[in-house]
Design a protein around this ligand. Structure first.
Ligand code: PMP
Length: 404
């Protein structure tokens, strides 16, 4: 399969926009990706032709919508090598992690240990802090090396008889580092701990086979994967989901309800209380269909080429500090510009039509690790081009001159 970024771009209507009189250069896909027409059309088609609430419907539209919703679950399952019954729809990656943390919390005790890493997004820190506050579990953090990798020797030392859970990102949203999650999962299992992987970034940039990795839980969001907002995925091994208590109560997640007793539905429905994100699931299914028709290796190579081009052109820029450049990292460039606040850098880049993110990227421990309070972040996606990489470098060079 050939990969042609220009043909891909043509499928994203928003990329034709002008911003501040300049062509939009969208380098904020790690925060949220733009949507191809296939996704936009799948959602509007459902609303225009085949929409009702799902499950237990006895009319045609309810049945069609249920089929589309459950069909999306099948697509997600096939995409990551899981069974449909192991896929729970949530409202996002954040909710998926909260669901697991709350559920596992029911069987943790004071002094139990949870191993996280210094490069986690707050979504994979705060839910575990809740357990620290409520139960007195101990949080331990795997340190990050200067080049942005996890210190695996330190990780091995942190694992012990009290470790109950290891929760870590498959790929850092700040550094682009791709962590050796298969090995790290094996090490955690050898210590008797369960493993949750935050795949919000990794799923976008590499094929994921949850059975090969062998993690107990794998989590991601739809909106970074070219799908809509409001939909996330929790994959859990069948036996792990079976052992988790429900997260929220309401319709559709019960077996029976009487005035003095309740029983619960089996997973995944046990975890999908109330009307689920139907249109969002259908949109995510369309995004996965669309992704599945692309050569993902060629996309990764394309993104790496853009990153390398930017780095080459900025090689002599002594005013630029790049956070962590681990071998094999994905195409995310987090940086600071000497003498300029990251927010100002982002605002000036916007005048040139270049969209980057600035701040802590919901990763304050990592910012502290690198001795900065914030950074700017340019993240490359399959629809970015070499011209855009050049436009970014030119705009950044002018931005720096503004502060020099
Ligand atoms: N983890 C990582 C690594 C992320 O990049 C993000 C999104 N920035 C999240 C978790 C949270 O995802 P969401 O905001 O879609 O729930």
């Amino acid at each position: 399969m050939a990969f042609d970024p220009q043909a891909i771009r043509a499928e994203f209507p928003i990329l034709d926009r002008q911003v501040n009189g300049k062509p939009l250069v969208y380098l904020d896909s790690a925060a949220s990706a733009q949507k191809p027409r296939a996704v936009i059309q799948a959602i509007s088609h459902a609303m225009e032709h085949s929409y009702a609430n799902v499950h237990r419907g006895l009319h045609t539209l309810a049945n069609e919508t249920t089929e589309a919703y459950e069909g999306a679950r099948n697509k997600v399952a096939a995409f990551i090598g899981a069974e449909p019954s192991e896929i729970v729809f949530t409202k996002g990656g954040t909710e998926a992690i909260n669901l697991v943390a709350a559920g596992l919390g029911a069987r943790l005790q004071t002094g139990d240990e949870i191993v996280l890493t210094q490069m986690e997004h707050h979504a994979n820190i705060v839910p575990w802090h809740f357990l620290r506050e409520r139960l007195g579990v101990v949080l331990k953090f795997v340190p990050v090396t200067d080049d942005g990798q996890l210190d695996l020797e330190a990780y091995q030392r942190l694992l012990g008889p009290k470790t109950r859970v290891v929760a870590l990102s498959h790929m850092s949203n700040v550094l682009g580092t791709i962590n050796p999650v298969t090995d790290m999962t094996r090490m955690a299992h050898e210590a008797g701990a369960l493993v949750l992987l935050d795949g919000c970034q990794a799923i976008v940039h590499k094929p994921v086979d949850v059975k090969a990795i062998d993690a107990d839980f794998y989590v991601f969001s739809g909106h970074k994967l070219y799908g809509p907002t409001g939909i996330g995925i929790l994959y859990g091994k069948a036996e792990q989901l079976a052992g988790l208590p429900p997260y929220q109560g309401g319709g559709e997640m019960i077996g029976t309800v009487t005035e003095d007793a309740i029983s619960y539905a089996d997973p995944p429905h046990r975890f999908e209380a109330g009307t689920p994100p139907i249109l969002e699931a259908i949109g995510l299914g369309a995004a996965i269909d669309w992704m599945s028709g692309l050569d993902r290796e060629a996309i990764a190579e394309h993104e790496h080429r853009l990153y390398a081009r930017v780095r080459d052109r900025l090689a002599g820029a002594n005013w630029l500090k790049v956070l962590g450049e681990a071998p094999g990292k994905a195409a995310i460039l987090s940086f600071t510009v000497e003498g300029a606040h990251a927010h100002d850098v982002a605002q000036i880049l916007d005048r040139y039509g270049v969209a980057v993110r600035a701040g802590t990227h919901c990763a304050e421990p990592l910012m502290r690790r690198f001795g900065v309070t914030s950074s700017a972040r340019a993240s490359f996606a399959l629809y970015n081009t070499e011209d855009e990489a050049d436009a970014f470098v030119d705009a950044l060079t002018r931005t720096q001159a503004f502060f020099a």
